[in-house]
Each structure stands twice: as C-alpha cells, then as structure tokens.
Design a binder for this molecule. Structure first.
Ligand code: AMP
Length: 249
C-alpha cells in the first residue's frame, strides 16, 4: 500500500501570532515555523503502517512557499521515503490545496491519503473533506485509531460524546485527530539521512491547477483583551453576579 501524507508549514504552536498593523493578516516576518501538529500525527501513523509491513511507501506532500521544504525534510527524518513540494507564493486556500493534492494523488496512485484534521493557522478543517469529494473516495475524519483489514480500512473516529467505528473501501482519505498517536522525535542521524532522500518540486501550473484565492479576507484583528478576574466572597455573590452582571442565568 502506498500512502500519501499532506503536511503544512504553519506558525509553531508555541508562538503567539501577531496581527499586522494594517489588519491585512498575520505577521510571519521572523516567526518560527513548524509542521502542523496534526500532520506530524499523520506522518507518524503512515510510518507506523510501513513499519508494520502494511504500507510499502510513504510519500509526503506540501503546498506552499519554498521554505516548506523544511517540514518535508522533517517528515523524511521521521521515516517518510520521498517528498513532493508544490511550490507557490500565492496564499493557498483549502479548495486550492485539495485540488493540488487531488492532482498529486492522480500521479502517485496512493491507496490512502492521510491529512491532519485541521491546520492550526487557519483552523479551516476543510481540506481532507474537499479532497475526498474531488477524488470521489470514501473518507473518515478525526481518526482515533486505524486498522487495515484486507481491502478495507477500519477507522475509529472521535465524535461528540464518544467513538464511532467505520469501514472504508480503499483508496480512501483519512484525517487525524490528536489521540491517534504520539509522534516520534527526529534523531540527528535520521535528519542527516533525510537530506539524501528524494524531494521533487512541482508547480500548480504543471499540475494544471488554478490556485487563485476564491475567498477575500476583509480584515484580521486581535481577539479583545480579557478583562481581569474578580474574587467573590461566597456562592451567593457569585450567583448574584452571574444573574445581574453576566446575565447568563
Ligand atoms: P485545513 O483544511 O486548512 O484546516 O487543513 C487540514 C489538513 O490539510 C492539514 O492538517 C494538512 O494535512 C492539509 N493541508 C492544508 N494545507 C496544506 C498545504 N498547504 N500543504 C499540504 N497540506 C495541507
């Protein structure tokens, strides 16, 4: 089984994002970037399936600026075999990414495409679902556990109030949730080995995909500053405040 894993370069989750002074977006100048955490989980799952003898090849793909090579190299150091960068300086929205991934899937013919459930920069949570629709493949989102059973993939999904188990015919699209696994740390020898692994660069034009944004961002603003908390002397005072000030009861 060949697995394709989509990895996005995003602002590192430890960094507090700053909004540009003109409100046109988030300031990325001199900001530490890293692989989207849900995509690390997707790479880990693919590498584990390879180590278990289920997958034969793990190909990682990223769409974005040239520096996205860094997250691809990290994925290669985690154990992926090969990387594809679809290089573009255009701001790529989920529909454009899904179209690019569909075009890469058409070239690579994977039996499984793994993505994160959401990118932590835009919190869109759309790309996997759009990709499955474009390919016409079954999808299981928010995966908590995966098991391969012949030509089927059994996925336990996190849903409101519990877990749901679904069986998908392959090829299929799966998006990862937080509890699927704990991604490994990359070791120095593996980082060195990853430098020699193949990384192919393509363009959206070569894949025949129009990546022009379909949505226009009107304004980006900081969330309102939180007001300071107040200590109340007793439960009666708390209820009085909830009723008369917050008006929530
Ligand atoms: P989103 O729909 O933007 O929240 O992203 C969901 C998932 O789609 C991410 O966790 C990635 O696996 C994948 N993805 C989104 N954008 C990109 C990108 N530019 N390159 C590669 N994968 C991406």
């Amino acid at each position: 089984m060949k697995i394709l894993v989509a990895v996005k370069r995003v602002i590192d989750y430890n960094v507090k994002p700053r909004v540009k002074s003109d409100g046109s977006g988030v300031d990325l100048a001199n900001v530490k970037m890293a692989m989207n955490p849900f995509d690390e989980i997707a790479v880990e799952e693919a590498v584990r399936l390879k180590e278990a003898g289920v997958a034969s090849e793990v190909v990682v793909v990223s769409a974005g600026v040239a520096q996205s090579q860094e997250v691809l190299r990290t994925a290669l150091a985690m154990g992926a075999d090969r990387a594809v960068l679809v290089e573009s300086d255009v701001e790529l929205q989920p529909l454009a990414v899904a179209k690019l991934l569909a075009a890469v899937a058409a070239r690579e013919n994977p039996q499984l495409v793994l993505l994160g459930k959401q990118a932590i920069d835009n919190d869109a949570g759309q790309t996997g679902q759009k990709l499955a629709a474009l390919l016409g493949w079954p999808q299981a989102t928010f995966a908590f556990k995966t098991e391969v059973d012949g030509q089927q993939l059994l996925v336990t999904r996190e849903i409101d109030g519990g877990l749901e188990r679904v069986a998908l015919d392959l090829p299929a699209v799966v998006t990862t949730d937080l509890r699927l696994n704990s991604p490994r740390y990359v070791t120095l020898p593996n980082i060195m080995k990853a430098k020699k692994k193949p990384l192919e660069t393509l363009s959206p034009e070569a894949l025949g995909v129009d990546v022009a944004p379909r949505l226009k961002v009107l304004e980006v603003s900081e969330p309102p500053a939180r007001k300071g908390g107040v200590m109340v002397p007793d439960v009666a005072a708390l209820i009085e405040k909830l009723r008369n000030e917050a008006k929530v009861i």
